[in-house]
Design a protein around this ligand. Structure first.
Ligand code: BG6
Length: 486
């Protein structure tokens, strides 16, 4: 059985910054793949809007090159690429003046969904949205997509929300966190709320702790200027890890309607307790024989920005009181691995005492990448004679195999999110108050290490991060899971 793809309605999508890095790497290939899957109508149009002078042909060459570079070979279909290029055009305009806006207005159709994608610096959000309104380009039905970083701290996030809300309703704004578009994230919702099995155990009575890891092998990769102003806390924890924590910790929403889910996520963020400096470990990667150090990569010998962070968070509510959430993310680590590990407590009484040491608690692993998987580690009796010896085995709910069997290809996060915008489904996007609450907590964490005068510890490229991060758990008689993509 091959999954059926339902085409979305016809649309005009204007990408501000449409010739930039994100558009080339992610947005344009994602749109092409949706066209390939039969979900994007052949009449839909993609209009890049930017300040540099380019013809439609120049832009199409750029799109062709982006597809050539970033598509998998198996997705390259010559005729379809040519047809897709015909759907792309370019408008030159001035974000700070009136040049080009009339041309953009004339390019757009009245009878299709109009979406605007701000793939530009947040400092342009206010100008662009004001001009979209003053030139009557944005209508009450239009949708606006904005990329992260959504602010640098709470005041700047509030200012961005205020600027956008002068021109758009909250129901029109789609704040992207691409982690929400990952297949496993939605599977986490299904696992928790479509099965009766886990929910009764999903609390501090049965769960010892939760580990959320987003480990990367790459360094800052030419994004040094941005990254050194952000660091791992702002770049990854405030948004991606926070979203994973929310979906793990939230109460059952009344339905999967966007606001039902977003209300529950907001409650989790609001319940996060303050983190003290002793519960945070920050690090910066050292160089190795072939690669520079963090300080060299960002060109700032005195930088105190972290390329690694581990911290212990608490969700202060009835369900989670006493169950820590350990978060960890960093660059230049041993492997690329993003996962949520739910570590259950040991059974209250060990009837196998004498035959085995202590019983390991069960662990549920929800792996986002590489290779989506859900595995429940359970203890079984080792086969064979000689009494009961226990052995840990993973019950594998890996769906890559299911997908292969059913002919389903898991779409990239951007594919799913872009189609959700056209469908008008905000479930996988962050609401303004959610982003502000996340910044409120993030700012308090940053203030805690600032007040303590914390300096990031160096760690080896290719390691699991600074030694002190191990201590964060050792002190609690726990261990991080290995950063391994088995
Ligand atoms: C981005 C961060 O939001 O997410 C990057 O800015 C990071 O620094 C990236 O590398 C990780 O995304 P993924 O999908 O590769 O885990």
């Amino acid at each position: 059985m091959v999954a059926k793809v339902i085409a979305v309605e016809d649309f005009d999508l204007v990408i501000f910054g449409g010739s930039g890095d994100l558009a080339r790497r992610k947005i344009l290939p994602a749109l092409y793949r949706r066209r390939l899957a039969g979900q994007m109508p052949e009449t839909a149009r993609i209009i890049a809007a930017a300040h540099s002078s380019k013809s439609n042909e120049d832009f199409r060459s750029l799109v062709r090159e982006a597809l050539e570079t970033f598509l998998d070979e198996r997705h390259k279909d010559k005729a379809l690429i040519e047809a897709f290029l015909e759907q792309c055009s370019y408008v030159q305009l001035d974000a700070f003046g009136d040049d080009g806006w009339k041309e953009l207005q004339e390019t757009l159709r009245d009878d299709v969904i109009r979406s605007f994608y701000f793939s530009v610096a947040p400092s342009l959000f206010a100008e662009l949205s004001a001009r979209l309104t003053s030139h009557s380009i944005a209508t009450a039905q239009s949708r606006l997509v904005v990329e992260k970083p959504f602010g640098h701290d709470l005041p700047s996030a509030k200012a961005l929300n205020a600027a956008l809300s002068r021109c758009f309703d909250e129901a029109q704004i789609y704040r992207i966190d691409h982690y929400l578009g990952k297949e496993t994230v939605q599977n986490l919702l299904a696992l928790r709320f479509a099965n009766v099995l886990f929910e009764p155990l999903w609390n501090s009575h049965y769960i010892d702790h939760v580990q959320i890891t987003a480990s990367e092998e790459i360094g800052v990769e030419g994004r040094g200027a941005y990254y050194d102003r952000s660091g791992a806390m702002r770049d990854m924890v405030q948004n991606h890890l926070m979203q994973l924590l929310c979906l793990t910790a939230m109460e059952a929403p009344a339905s999967i309607a966007p606001n039902d889910i977003r209300n529950e996520k907001l409650k989790v963020i609001s319940a996060l307790e303050e983190v003290t400096a002793g519960q945070i470990v920050r690090g910066q990667y050292r160089g190795d024989s072939s690669r520079g150090s963090y300080l060299e990569d960002v060109g700032n010998e005195t930088s105190r920005t972290e390329s690694f962070i581990a911290l212990k968070a608490h969700v202060g509510n009835w369900r989670w009181s006493g169950t820590p959430f350990y978060l960890r993310t960093g660059k230049r680590l041993r492997s690329r691995l993003t996962e949520i590990a739910i570590a259950f407590k040991e059974p209250p009484h060990n009837i196998f005492a004498g035959q085995t040491g202590s019983l390991a608690g069960n662990t549920l692993i929800i792996r986002l990448q590489p290779g989506e998987a859900i595995k429940l580690h359970v203890l079984i009796k080792e086969p064979g004679p000689g009494g009961i010896r226990l052995k840990e085995v993973p019950l594998d709910m890996t769906f890559a195999e299911l997908n292969a069997r059913d002919g389903v290809e898991v779409p990239d996060a951007y594919e799913r999110l872009l189609m959700d915008v056209i469908r008008g489904d905000q479930t996988l996007f962050m609401r303004g108050d959610e982003v502000e609450a996340a910044w409120h907590w993030t700012d308090s964490v940053i203030a805690a290490w600032d007040e303590a005068g914390d300096i990031p510890r160096p760690y080896d490229s290719g390691s699991s991060g600074p030694e002190d991060a191990l201590m964060l758990l050792h002190r609690d008689n726990r261990r991080w899971r290995e950063i391994e993509n088995d």
